[in-house]
Design a protein around this ligand. Structure first.
Ligand SMILES: Cc1ncc(COP(=O)(O)O)c(C=O)c1O
Length: 373
């Protein structure tokens, strides 16, 4: 049987990985400054993570959400403590798009309304409602176009107020730092206005932290460099360090009811154990503070590359050039053995390393960049 051919692939076959390195089938070592789309948070094959998942697998890997699973509560408590959002409620699922679907659905249940406001350049996933609030016509099928969505520019308070005044909006969804879109961010003033206007017009504010959450940005969630309290926060990617796990945090104003949300795989024993191991390592190795320090180091080094402008925050970074970076990215992989990411802004090279990355890894990257430029 053939694979459905939807991914343009680089000619690299990773077979093992450790820390910030990935090794291919010829045992060639690659520096991973992409973390497989911002997924690897605590480093590849972290020993505590491997042992936790192995031990759990030997006990029980899965049972459905029809039984008691105390590991879910353990995970909720740990997320509450590390994020300082103890008052929120946790619903677990298995991917970023699924987190978005559930977030939008909750907003619609809660408000009784159905129109969503999203932003230019947004990426929220590929499933039904998630792709409808994603700003990319190419990946939106006719089926997805039945959702009521309006895209706005960041930082245009008047446009936002005008749409909300119509009274039919259930949610405003935003990425505190855009990922796929290329590291653009709303201003703090606009984020505060979004919260105020959502309250005024009874709409839910959803912070999509699928990519920026779990300490990548230098705070537990990227929105936490402002004072807002979104109604719903979505998370996935770095949460499982490669294990498929996602979730939403739901403000206490939104009430649960049996049957409102549900999933077969979400919150299974193995997924919870993987996420708990990630939280252990984030805390023990102080990776949030480390991400902040490494961002300072990256910015300093980038001063020596005058062709590039740094975007993003923490270890969710981009370098914006005045040319399209596709060929550069290929040469970084093929000639320098360094993984980096692209974005829908073709001039932005994305840097999303494991949060354990060290100064010498950025030295290697900047030396390589210097050679190639
Ligand atoms: C901000 C954001 N939201 C949602 C998603 C969708 O996540 P997933 O690919 O796990 O469905 C992504 C994926 O890149 C993302 O970057």
């Amino acid at each position: 049987m053939k694979l459905f051919d939807v991914y343009p692939l680089y000619d690299v076959t990773p077979v093992r990985a450790e820390g910030v390195y990935v090794y291919d089938d010829q045992d060639t070592r690659y520096l991973d400054l992409y973390g497989g789309h911002a997924v690897i948070s605590i480093g590849h094959s972290h020993p505590h993570y491997v042992k936790s998942v192995q031990d759990q697998l030997e006990k029980i890997g899965f049972y459905s959400n029809a039984i008691q699973n105390p590991i879910q509560q353990e995970l909720a408590t740990a997320i509450g403590t590390q994020s300082c959002l103890n008052e929120y409620q946790l619903f677990l699922c298995s991917s970023g798009a699924e987190a978005i679907e559930n977030a939008l659905k909750m907003a619609s249940f809660h408000t009784g309304k159905k129109r969503v406001l999203a932003f230019n350049g947004a990426f929220h996933g590929r499933t039904s409602a998630a792709v409808a609030v994603t700003d990319n016509e190419k990946i939106t099928a006719p089926l997805n176009q039945q959702q009521a969505v309006c895209f706005l520019p960041f930082n245009d308070t008047a446009a936002l107020a005008q749409e909300l005044q119509k009274g039919d909006v259930c949610a405003v969804i935003f990425e505190p730092i855009q990922g796929v879109g290329g590291l653009d961010m709303p201003t703090e003033a606009f984020v505060l206005e979004m919260e105020r206007l959502c309250q005024q017009y009874q709409a839910c504010l959803i912070a999509d932290e699928v990519q920026s959450g779990f300490s990548r940005s230098g705070t537990f969630f990227a929105f936490q460099n402002t004072s807002i309290k979104p109604h719903i926060v979505t998370m996935a990617k770095g949460m499982g360090n490669g294990f498929p796990v996602g979730g939403i945090l739901i403000h206490p104003d939104l009430k649960a009811e049996y049957g409102l949300l549900g999933t077969t795989f979400g919150g299974n024993h193995l997924a919870c154990r993987a996420a708990l191991a990630v939280l252990d390592v984030l805390e023990q190795e102080k990776l949030q503070e480390h991400a902040q320090k490494m961002a300072v180091y990256f910015n300093e080094k980038a001063q020596n590359i005058p062709q590039a402008k740094v975007k993003g925050r923490g270890l969710m970074l981009g370098l914006e050039f005045d040319f399209e970076v596709g060929p550069l990215r290929r040469r970084l992989i093929e000639e320098k053995k360094i993984f980096t990411g692209g974005s829908s802004n073709k001039k932005v090279l994305r840097i999303l390393p494991p949060l354990t990355v060290q100064p010498q890894h950025f030295d290697t990257f900047f030396n390589a960049l210097h050679d190639l430029l």
